[in-house]
Write a protein that binds this ligand. Structure first.
Ligand SMILES: [Zn+2]
Length: 280
């Protein structure tokens, strides 16, 4: 089974529309997941996070978080690395209070350096985060290495799978953003295109990666450098239907977060397409 949810508080959430209200609204409209967005910083304190986590448990909505955008785990300056560790650990702390996993991270930027050099740095920075999380007794929160949309960013499919291999899935999971894959690695059109991606993940990380995955989906506007803008799924760029069919065929389960501009409407549309694929 795959759960679907919006990247952030649903647009249609009535009233005060905080995180807790957004989670309750997800359940009301029939969605079983939501990503809490800390992309501009972690500003949620312990009481609010624990209260929202309680609503999620009662409503059976699975939570994940998105760490700030300005993280760079392979920055050239130690000051920036230390700042990235701080932002990741702050996100992990909030996720722990929320009962959320994974925390989705854009690993970093090559800035002209070879991928192997960046890989070493990302691994060392992730390890610093995991050590600090252990010291703070933040348990059960995985780091989610996102497949990034710009060719200048560390985070190709091979690179994020590599991070999962390095640490094991209990600590680091790859988060495939299919729109980003479409923008930077190769156009996704058919069920076979998607199945190739799924099979690569499963071959290298084992069936656990297939049975409890976390991913992002939306349409996307592509330029030479990779991604430009996220688009509604009606753009069919890439199409969602063949992915739903590949998930059913390959027996995948987990969570899919919708990052289209119509976060909850398109999450519902994706859920409907997935259910239909399961009946075929
Ligand atoms: Zn992201």
């Amino acid at each position: 089974m795959i759960r679907f949810g919006p990247a952030g508080i649903p647009i249609g959430t009535p009233g005060k529309a905080g995180t807790a209200e957004g989670i309750a609204y997800c359940r009301e409209i029939g969605l079983g997941a939501m990503e809490v967005e800390f992309v501009h910083g972690v500003k949620m304190g312990e009481p609010a996070a624990r209260a929202a986590g309680e609503v999620a448990r009662k409503s059976d909505v699975l939570l994940s978080c998105h760490a700030p955008y300005y993280i760079n785990c392979c920055a050239k300056e130690e000051l920036k690395i230390a700042g990235s560790v701080r932002h990741i650990v702050a996100t992990a702390q909030a996720a722990f209070w929320l009962g959320a996993t994974p925390i989705v991270i854009h690993p970093g930027f090559y800035m002209g350096r070879p991928a192997v050099e960046c890989r070493k740095m990302v691994i060392s920075t992730f390890q610093r985060c995991l050590d600090e999380m252990a010291r703070l007794k933040i348990n059960g929160v995985q780091l989610g290495a996102e497949l990034t949309g710009k060719k200048s960013a560390y985070g190709s499919l091979d690179e994020i799978i590599g991070l999962g291999e390095e640490f094991g899935l209990k600590q680091v999971v790859p988060v495939i953003d299919f729109a980003h894959y479409h923008a930077r690695e190769g156009r996704l059109k058919t069920q076979e295109d998607y199945a190739r991606v799924l099979e690569k993940v499963e071959k290298r990380l084992g069936s656990e990666a297939a049975h409890n995955f976390h991913c992002h989906f939306s349409g996307i506007e592509v330029i030479e450098a990779g991604e430009k803008n996220h688009l509604p799924i009606s753009s069919l760029s890439p199409p969602f239907e063949p992915l739903a069919a590949a998930w059913v065929e390959n027996g995948w389960s987990g969570k899919a977060i919708c990052e289209s501009p119509l976060i909850e409407k398109d999450a519902l549309a994706m859920q409907a397409i997935y259910k239909k694929a399961g009946r075929n």
